[in-house]
Design a protein around this ligand. Structure first.
Ligand SMILES: [Ca+2]
Ligand SMILES: [Ca+2]
Ligand SMILES: [Ca+2]
Length: 153
């Protein structure tokens, strides 16, 4: 009989888990995204989850918003709080440019520009759109050519 209170305590200490039952679908999505089972979802794992109709830039913005402690991985808590990384609006032109200029040379080359478009976009369409925007034909998009207002840059 004297063990009963201990049992009760053990049940109590498990109650936070029980209260998380409402996150079932999100928790399953997290487990599925966490390919290497280290209880964290990194950018590559997160990007693999995204529909191909979304751009890389759009996914990266939502990932960064969800990563509230800025450690470049999503914990289960961050994943739940951001509704599985679905919170947040798409990046504006200035944000897109900043996220996508990976070599930080102040211009977008065709590979960088492709990251701002839906992942399903075929390469010839990407190049045609790039060529239309590249007004001085130097094979690079300046912020203005990309559509960032000069005042925002
Ligand atoms: Ca984090
Ligand atoms: Ca660049
Ligand atoms: Ca140019």
């Amino acid at each position: 009989m004297k063990f009963l209170p201990i049992t009760a305590l053990a049940v109590l200490s498990f109650s936070p888990l029980a209260s998380a039952a409402g996150n079932g679908a999100l928790d399953r999505a997290f487990a599925k995204a966490d390919i290497n089972d280290n209880l964290e979802v990194d950018r590559i794992e997160f990007l693999a989850l995204q529909p191909r109709s979304k751009s890389w830039t759009d996914a990266v913005k939502r990932f960064d918003l969800a990563d509230t402690d800025l450690n470049s991985v999503l914990s289960l808590t961050e994943f739940r709080a951001s509704n599985g990384g679905k919170e947040g609006s798409p990046p504006n032109r200035a944000e897109s440019f900043r996220f996508t200029d990976l070599d930080e040379d102040g211009f977008l080359n065709p590979e960088e520009f492709a990251l701002t478009l839906p992942q399903i976009q075929p390469w010839r369409k990407i190049l045609r759109e790039f060529g239309r925007k590249d007004r001085n034909n130097d094979s690079l998009l300046s912020p203005v050519e990309f559509g960032v207002l000069a005042s925002k840059f």
